[in-house]
Design a protein around this ligand. Structure first.
Ligand code: FAD
Length: 620
């Protein structure tokens, strides 16, 4: 019934879709086997892509030739560049998505990808011969052969949904949980664990009073995720902000005795940084309000996502509490919030290619590895798809370094440090974040994607042009003299000291409040010159000139780090004598007594900042 596939991808969530698309585009014959074809690329939780550190990941996926950025651009309803007031390492694109269109666009894109076949069924086991994965077994008792298997089961493995005292088997609301795979993998010698996550209720937007909430608009000139020629938004939908209050908290407390979390019915650890509303009022009892983002689920639907109100309390308590929120007095609930517990596999059982150490040609990607988030899942799927393809074609493994990409940081953290709570990306996890910006992901990675056969020639040409234009603009700015008479009134407006003699434009841009666009606004010849180039190249040149010394320092640090990977430190440092080390790092370093700096950097609880402290101590 089935041919032998090159690669079988199990699960069509964010990881599975990227894995299938990447492997197929690189030339593998792919089967995407998933329980329900109507939920391909379903956004299980909030209808949004990107955000702090996650937005950078989506841009990296895009630069390599993945699809998440393009799908997001095609289906977003609002775009914001977060953290614009901070340095460019923190700028993070975030889009509010149309949930239904996002899933539809992914499905249509996969249907149009040559080499992708589909099969809708629950996969119950992995076929292994001679220590190698050679296929899958399904609930209908079918065996399908494949040279490599990528598992992306998300929250479905033995999933249990909790709402108050009720427990339902399920991988997501209204969807079955997946049985068989965990047991099969345990028999093969894998270790499994349990995690949990939660989601808020969805409400009927027609029942809300938006006039009592604060409107949150998208960016005036919205940007986008993909470096390809997707269109930026012409119109956008607003989100709204409101707050909980002591009345809301009092009502929520009436549900605590039925809370699956507080009563110990949930065993798995949840994401510390995405606490439920009951968790927030319990942990931060002194706070009398918490922010709620009221987010539309699409262009046309009236369904609204209540961001910040994740809950697994009984549904009647959720509704009563919701109705005490300003603007929600008449709220009608479409779906209650819930928590879900599921199996994951500690990712220390993987190689950096995401291939398992125990079974060759078997790859894990996404939430199955203990991560949380669409972006984290999608980038792992992409990397697993690439590596599975390369492996069966006897090509080199594709691994990104921590200094090359957030994707490299994520996989290195997972594989080397593991995680005992759902892992999400933060900018603070990336020690070289000054280099890993959303504005330069194409410069960092498109060539790599092109060499893999993923990013197409048009993308490569566009990046080459951007690199060339950026260099030209930098040379111009570093040479262009600016007269005091041309710039001083602008400098005054910006609160920057006037100049008394002419200065190079590049020097002025290094000042804290002065940006390339200010110089262009004040000096017509600069504006005319810059007008010849693409906006992306101008922005890139501005960033590179302004942050030149930081970027150079970071490059030096990154190459030092790679040299120091094997630098022996055993017995050479008394960690107690270094006050600048964090208490946690001190404790862990004393306990582990790492052999090398590389090993020290991979100890959970030892941050990149702690490693910098050690390097200073060693005079490196
Ligand atoms: P999923 O998106 O879960 O996709 C798994 C896919 O595999 C599905 O298509 C499923 O049908 C299929 N599948 C599973 N088992 C089998 C099988 N045996 N056979 C065939 N097909 C199978 N992330 C956040 O960042 N913040 C949050 O607050 C947050 N809250 C969440 C709340 C809930 C209730 C849930 C369910 C998820 C939440 N997430 C959250 C996580 C986010 O949805 C996931 O991280 C992301 O979707 C994981 O992608 P994935 O591809 O690994 O798996």
């Amino acid at each position: 019934m089935f041919p032998e596939y090159d690669i079988i991808v199990v699960g069509a969530g964010h990881a599975g879709c990227e894995a299938a698309a990447a492997a197929a585009k690189m030339g593998s014959k792919v089967l995407l086997a998933t329980m329900n074809m109507n939920t391909i690329a379903q956004m299980s939780c909030n209808p949004a892509m990107g955000g702090v550190a996650k937005g950078q990941i989506v841009r990296e996926i895009d630069a390599l030739g993945g699809m998440s950025g393009i799908i997001t651009d095609q289906t977003m309803i609002q775009f914001r560049m977060l953290n614009k007031s901070k340095g460019p390492a923190m700028w993070s694109p975030r889009a509010q998505s149309d949930r239904m269109r996002f899933a539809e666009a992914w499905r249509l894109s996969l249907e149009q990808t040559e080499n992708v076949d589909f099969w809708q069924e629950m996969v119950t086991g992995i076929e292994v011969e001679g220590g190698k994965a050679v296929g899958i077994r399904t609930s209908l008792g079918i065996t399908i052969r494949g040279k490599a298997v990528v598992l992306t089961n998300g929250t479905f493995l033995n999933g249990i949904i909790h709402i108050g005292e009720k427990q339902l088997g399920g991988g997501r609301a209204a969807e079955k949980s997946a049985k068989g795979i965990t047991e099969d993998l345990k028999n093969l010698g894998f270790e499994a664990g349990r995690m949990k996550t939660g989601t808020p209720p969805r409400v009927d937007g027609r029942s809300l009073d938006y006039s009592r909430m604060e409107e949150q608009f998208g960016d005036e000139n919205p940007s986008k995720f993909s470096y390809a020629d997707t269109e930026p938004l012409q119109q956008q939908r607003s989100c709204f902000i409101t707050y909980t209050n002591p009345d809301v908290h009092e009502i929520l407390k009436t549900g605590f005795e039925k809370s699956p979390m507080f009563q110990g019915r949930i065993q798995g650890l949840g994401p510390r940084y995405c606490p439920s509303i009951e968790d927030k009022i319990n942990r931060f009892a002194e706070r009398d309000r918490h922010q709620i983002f009221v987010e539309p689920e699409g262009w046309n639907t009236v369904e609204v996502y209540v961001n910040g109100f994740s809950s697994s309390l009984p549904e009647d308590v959720q509704l009563k509490a919701l109705r005490k929120i300003v603007g929600f007095e008449n709220a009608k609930m479409f779906r209650p919030g819930y928590a879900i517990e599921y199996d994951f596999f500690p990712p220390t059982q993987l190689n950096l290619t995401l291939e398992t150490k125990l079974v060759e040609n078997l790859y894990f990607a996404g939430q199955i590895n203990g991560t949380t988030g669409y972006e984290e899942a999608a980038c792992q799927g992409l990397m697993a798809g690439i590596n599975a393809h390369n492996k069966i074609n006897n090509k080199e493994p594709f691994v990104l370094k921590r200094s090359e990409a957030y994707i490299g940081v994520l996989i290195d953290d997972l594989v080397n440090k593991g995680t005992d709570e759902p892992y999400r990306m933060f900018t603070s996890r990336a020690e070289h974040r000054i280099l890993l910006r959303q504005d330069n992901a194409d410069i960092r990675l498109t060539k790599r994607g092109f060499e893999l056969g993923l990013a197409d020639e048009n993308r490569m040409k566009a990046v080459d042009k951007k690199i060339k234009e950026t260099a030209e603009i930098i040379a111009y700015l570093n040479n262009k003299p600016i007269e005091p008479g041309d710039i001083n009134s602008m400098l005054e407006e910006l609160g920057s000291a006037p100049i008394t003699e002419k200065q190079r434009a590049g020097q002025l841009i290094k000042r804290p409040n002065v940006e390339i666009e200010h110089i262009a606004k004040a000096v017509p010849s600069v504006a005319e010159y810059l007008g010849k180039f693409k906006l992306d190249s101008v922005e890139q040149a501005g960033i590179q000139v302004k942050y030149e010394s930081y970027i150079e320092k970071e490059h030096t640090m990154a190459s030092k780090m790679s040299e120091l990977e094997n630098y022996s430190i055993k017995g050479r440092i008394n960690y107690r004598d270094i006050p600048a080390l964090s208490a946690e790092a001190k404790e862990k370093l004393l306990k582990v007594q790492p052999e090398t700096i590389g090993q020290a950097s991979r100890i959970s609880g030892v941050s990149p900042a702690d490693i910098s402290v050690l390097m200073v101590y060693l005079g490196k």
